[in-house]
Ligand binder design. Sequence first.
Ligand SMILES: *Cc1c(COP(=O)(O)O)cnc(C)c1O
Length: 412
Amino acid sequence: MTSQEDRPPGAATLLQHHPYRAPEGFAGLQLPVYRASTVLFDNVRQMRERRWRDKSGYTYGLHGTPASFALERRLADIEGARHALLCPSGLSAIALVDLALLRQGDEVLLPCNAYAPGRELAQETLAAWGISTRIYDPLDPASLRERIGANTRLLWLEAPGSVSMEMPDLRALVALAREAGVLTAIDNTWSAGLALRPFELGIDVSMQALTKYQSGGADVLMGAVLVRDDALHDALLDAHMRLGLGVGGDDVGLLLRGLASMPLRYAAHDASARRVAEWLLRRPEVERVLHPALPGSPGHAYWLRDFRGAAGLFSVVLRPEFEPARVDAFVDALRLFGIGYSWGGPMSLAVPYDLRHARAAVSPPVGSQAQAVPAEAHYLVRLNIGLERPEDLIADLEQALRAALSPRTGVA
Ligand SMILES: *Cc1c(COP(=O)(O)O)cnc(C)c1O
């Protein structure tokens, strides 16, 4: 009679505890995908002693895997940061910064052209927790100076502004914040961390929507918060852990894969977008092209001074006689541009935005000097230039302008 001990384990057990270990020494170009909630320890003592804070070892899926640590390291190195934290989306990275650094009674300053969901987070959720928001005009440093008060804790910067693409004088805004002892955070998504190095401008926190160029495939959502300062990192790390901001192993693998080609893709998007933007500038249907690298675009001089490249994202304002329905018809007539949110992916995209409503919702600072986009030019089309051949995109824009906006064929 065999004892219980000698009986071979059943398949269901064997498949959880299989003794085979593949030989070591495998070297592919990409890191493997690590999927984990549970991380195993050799014994209880090791479990008790292992520290998660300094990332010297592995404790739990939420606190990192070899691939997520590697991704954080690469992102930090691109921007010259010391620390990076991954979040499940760009918006959750914005939320992490706010929740880690703001307390009841604090005030946060947002530019009037800020990424709208981040503004809503502040004006709705943070407001309910006793954190107030003030809106400033990023093209008018005086409007910022007036709004910095005793309770101002954090200044958000965005370069350029979401959708309306104004480039602020970052150095002037940061100087005002530093003088007043206010922390600064920048939504640095447009630069992908390649075209702007925020820490060299004295900015404290850089935030990235990795969903855009770092992914490059329009198929992953992720965000990152980057800092140089160790104490700031500790505060962000605590909030990151307590909020349970984890990222999936497969998504980390996709991000690492996308990151390898990001500088080349970014340069290609940049070159194509400038060609398309310059072509649009010469069209009679076009009132304005809002692209920081084009002379005449709001804040172009600051782009020249501080940036080493441009993204493939810009906006175009059609002439005022084309009412919103005809602008929409122009977008509908495009064949190579998809209609959809987000950007940084391989396919070109077009989205019409009504900035009049957006601007009214944030009650633009009174008496503000710089009116970047004239009030009548409130309806614009944001273009994400993808990796298609730029000549083909230009031909598509030309046929859509003709189809939707020529006097004979346009919608009534
Ligand atoms: C897309 C975007 C975000 C948010 O990123 P998600 O991953 O979509 O949440 C934040 N800021 C800017 C400027 C963006 O374009």
